[in-house]
Design a protein around this ligand. Structure first.
Ligand SMILES: [Fe+2]
Length: 350
């Protein structure tokens, strides 16, 4: 069993990552957590901030009551701030928010206001066991690769995704906001998470059509499971209209989606690919679910990552969210191959 205690090597890793995120002497830092946060992560953040001479405060919120009809995991939408005005105002006044909330603030309703105040940047320490963070530590070299991938997405009009398993998906990228993170940022408003390393786009309305066939070994990050059976999705004008499959994977996925009783839960959220060579598919076989938030699997180099649920850029809001990384897909942008059968191509390779 993995122990959750301070290790010198983990503190050293936190110090390096904080430094990469521009934290040094006198940097104004807020470490935000909630009562259900993983204590060892909060403690490591506190010690690293102290060692680097940061001027920091620690804010801990009570974890809010559940409101959804099913358990909600790995969404990147923390409700921990609960519109608390004192917390929002405090976070606007720091240079960087170190986010140890369970789900993370990336899609939190309060983040846009904090960002628009023009000062704070965000570093999400995802709720992984420190051993996973240690292995997936952000490296400066990944920064330009992720930037290049995001640029390629921005310049493209169409993404096409195919696979031998039967996937054939077309995404209209025109006007789609694109982003990504290598796991660090140093400018106001930047959003980073550790583990990092992905490029993605949020397609607009009537932009996604085709068929997605998930195969054995692909992953469902909401359930933190590797598939043992196939699931085939029909996508028409941004919405999953049919989910076929006889295995437990399709059965649970259908059940979870229907539990929301919300058409938007069937909408496409983001599409993209992973960039981090340290992220490993086989980690899914090596860790208990309690040891991971599964963000490592969002960053798998050469994976096709697609998701269902909220897409604010297409005007769709819902709490139901699946992140679904796939192996062995070929991704093209306007006919240019960026990922071939699950392997990153050309200049994107670190
Ligand atoms: Fe997602």
């Amino acid at each position: 069993m993995l122990q959750e205690r301070i290790e010198g090597k983990w503190l050293a890793a936190f110090r390096r990552v904080f430094a990469l995120n521009g934290i040094g002497k006198g940097t104004q830092v807020a470490i935000l957590s909630e009562t259900q946060s993983r204590p060892v992560l909060v403690h490591l953040c506190e010690l690293a901030a102290y060692d680097l001479g940061a001027d920091f405060c620690m804010i801990c919120m009570p974890t809010p009551p559940q409101t959804a009809p099913v358990p909600v995991k790995s969404t990147g939408t923390s409700w921990a701030i609960q519109q608390n005005r004192a917390v929002i105002e405090a976070l606007k006044r720091v240079d960087i928010v170190i986010d140890c909330t369970v789900e993370g603030l990336i899609h939190a309703p309060e983040w846009p206001e904090i960002e628009e105040a023009g000062r704070a940047r965000l570093l999400v320490i995802t709720n992984e066991h420190p051993e996973i963070l240690e292995r997936c530590e952000p490296r400066a070299e990944l920064g330009p690769k992720v930037q290049l991938g995001v640029q390629m997405l921005r310049e493209a009009s169409e993404m096409r995704v195919t696979s031998a398993a039967g996937t054939d998906l077309t995404v209209d990228l025109r006007g789609a906001p694109c982003g990504g993170t290598a796991g660090f940022g140093t400018t106001p408003g930047s959003v980073a998470h550790w583990p990092g390393g992905l490029c993605l786009a949020f397609p607009g309305q009537n932009a996604v059509n085709g068929r997605i066939v998930m195969d054995v070994g692909d992953m469902n990050l909401t359930f933190k499971t590797a598939l043992t059976s196939k699931i085939a999705f029909t996508v028409i004008e941004d919405f999953v209209t049919e989910i076929e499959g006889d295995g437990i994977d399709a059965l649970h996925l259908r059940e979870y989606m229907r539990a929301w009783d919300d058409r938007n839960a069937f909408g496409l959220s983001h599409v993209g690919w992973g960039m981090n060579p340290k992220a490993q598919w086989v980690s899914a076989a090596m860790y208990d679910k309690r040891d991971m938030q599964a963000v490592e699997f969002r960053a798998l180099a050469g994976s096709f990552l697609w998701s269902t649920g909220a897409n604010q850029y297409a005007g769709r809001f819902t709490q139901g969210h699946f992140d679904l990384p796939m192996r062995n897909c070929t991704i093209t942008l306007d006919g240019r191959v960026v990922v071939k059968e699950g392997v990153l191509q050309g200049e994107l390779v670190l």
